[in-house]
Design a protein. Structure first.
Length: 582
């Protein structure tokens, strides 16, 4: 029978079995070894030749053949007879993690003579896996009314390792509301229950974030974590509350129907329907008050329902109830006092008692140019008024007596910069909201002769070609005066100056109205080459103002003399001839 067992295991050696049947020796003994998983490739498990009593020197001749079930994880060195790891061994992959034992079995055959050995290698577990949870995040909904001591099951952690290397304990992150209770199953597995330790209050903390840690029993230990998010469910344990117990608001008489008086805002710390609020009047609120004001039950707005008259009633009192929509509704209340304020319904008035316009631009500062009175028929702040004029004007208001003001010049005036001013008097009362009125007057400034004529240049150079026609226009010397009327009407003069007993007015002429300069004679470059004189511009003011400018006339030569050939005979007479021609 043993021979047939060998045959059954080793079909490839049928021929050897037939030829050497008389020499076959099979053994039923099993050689057992134990190795830890995850050994590196090449690690020696055992000296198989020595353990089986085989002479190492004969190994090459006898040919060792080995067969291992399933995948090849172990091999035999044919030269040394050592059993070594040929591929890294993962116990959790080869065997079920819950199986307490895990074996690799192989048959070893040697020839000459043929011998069969059964080898059994037990794979020992090491702590090479950390515990893990199938879900990284766990969600729990717990009512805030839950009593301390209630428990909630938590999913257990999984660890592929075996025995002491599997999950041994659980820990919960530090907190004041929850604790863990560890349960042990029949198979030794560990489970955790979450225990409510203290009462929960959703309004203080609606969500609790916890960390659950699973710890195995290996050395060193390995851990895995998962987040536990506890959402505290609301119960209607809070009543609506207003920001104040008593509100006081002012409402102007004649406020438009529908205008907002106040928006009451009650809050409820609960959530959902437990926090939805409905507003209503209490039985202590009079019908007259309810007829005058409308309360919106949804948003707490109180608006004017009918026209309010200060003379009819100056004060309204009411009590408002805020109720939530929870199954067992709870409510809160507040008191509201509405004070009616007299309306500022009269505009202030302005009256200009006296006003001087126009005035001269050289009017001295502090001169009064207008007297203004103001009034308002209202009383209190509504009847107190303030009078203003625009800023950045050379005027100011000076109060002379109650509600009377004087408008005075505060800065020097200059008509050439600003010829007139539109002065707006604005009167405003101190009511709420303030009312105002205004009136505008135009102040015209009269010119005074305070500007001298100005020439564009201080020196003019005018070139005149000789042989010019008498009466030709040489240039226009026009001055400018920013004053008005006679103060800007200019008259031009040539300031007399004699040259070789000849007056400038004999040589040149200027139009007194427009400053056009003319030549009165024909000039000869060979006789006169230049002239220098002054022209004055004088306005028609009283007293008149003037300025002058220098004029430089340059006579430009023309080729108007032919050359003369003189013979030696006449050289002695040349001075006489030249003087005769001259």
């Amino acid at each position: 029978m043993k021979g047939f067992v060998c045959f059954g295991h080793w079909r490839r050696y049928v021929l050897i079995f037939i030829l050497l049947a008389s020499n076959i020796k099979c053994t039923a003994a099993v050689t057992h070894y134990s190795v830890p998983e995850e050994l590196e490739e090449g690690s020696v498990v055992a000296n198989l030749a020595g353990d089986l009593g085989i002479d190492v020197k004969t190994l090459v001749e006898r040919k060792i053949l080995d067969v291992i079930a399933n995948k090849r994880y172990l091999e035999i060195n044919k030269d040394t007879g050592e059993l070594f790891v040929s591929e890294k061994i993962d116990r959790e992959y080869i065997c079920n993690s819950k199986n307490p034992s895990c074996f690799l079995k192989m048959d070893v055959t040697i020839e000459n003579p043929i011998r069969l050995f059964n080898i059994e290698v037990e794979i020992m577990d090491i702590n090479d896996n950390a515990p893990f949870f199938r879900r990284d995040t766990m969600h729990l909904d717990i009512s805030e009314s839950t009593s301390p001591g209630e428990r909630f099951s938590l999913p257990n952690a999984v660890d592929p390792d075996f025995g002491s290397n599997s999950v041994k304990n659980y820990h919960l992150s530090k907190n004041q509301h929850f604790a863990l209770e560890i349960q042990t199953g029949r198979d030794g597995s560990k489970f955790a229950d979450l225990i409510v330790k203290t009462s929960l209050d959703r309004e203080k903390q609606a969500v609790h974030n916890l960390i659950l840690t699973a710890v195995d029993g290996g050395v060193p230990t390995r851990t895995g974590t998962a987040s536990i998010i506890v959402r505290v469910l609301d119960v209607n344990d809070n009543a609506p509350s207003f920001e104040k117990e008593k509100y006081v608001v002012d409402v102007m008489e004649n406020s438009p129907v529908g205008s907002l008086v106040i928006k009451l805002n009650a809050t409820d710390l609960d959530e959902g329907s437990n926090s939805e609020i409905v507003y209503s009047y209490s039985l202590y609120t009079s019908e007259r008050t309810q007829n005058m004001f409308n309360l919106n039950p949804e948003n707490g707005e109180i608006r004017v329902k009918e026209m309010i008259n200060y003379e009819d009633l100056k004060l309204y009192e009411m009590e408002i109830i805020a109720s939530d929509k929870g199954p067992n509704s709870v409510s809160g209340q507040c008191k509201l006092t509405i004070q009616v304020t007299d309306m500022n319904d009269n505009h202030p008035e302005i009256s200009i008692k006296s006003f001087q316009s126009p005035i001269k631009e050289d009017t001295p500062t502090d001169t009064v140019i207008a007297v203004v009175s103001v009034s308002d028929k209202d009383s209190g702040d509504n009847g107190i008024v303030d009078l203003h004029i625009p800023d950045n004007m050379p005027f100011k208001l000076r109060e002379s007596s109650d509600n009377y003001y004087e408008l005075v010049v505060s800065e020097p005036l200059d008509r050439e910069k600003v010829p007139e001013y539109d002065i707006t008097f604005t009167v405003t009362d101190r009511g709420s909201p303030p009312l105002s009125d205004n009136e505008t007057m135009t102040l015209e400034l009269l010119d005074v002769n305070d500007n001298v004529p100005q020439f564009p240049q201080s020196f003019y150079t005018i070139r005149v070609m000789e042989n010019n026609a008498p009466g030709a226009l040489l240039s226009s010397l026009t001055a400018f005066d920013p004053d008005l009327h006679e103060n800007q009407y200019l008259v031009y003069f040539i300031i007399e100056k004699e040259i070789a007993n000849t007056s400038m007015s004999m040589l040149f002429s200027i139009n007194p109205e427009n400053g056009n300069l003319y030549a009165l004679k024909t000039f000869d470059y060979e006789i006169e080459k230049e002239f220098l004189f002054h022209i004055e511009a004088r306005d028609s003011g009283s007293p008149p103002l003037s300025s002058n400018v220098t004029v430089h006339i340059i006579i430009v030569d023309q080729n108007d003399n032919a050359p003369v050939i003189v013979s030696p005979y006449f050289l002695q007479k040349l001075p006489y001839c030249l003087s005769s021609e001259i």
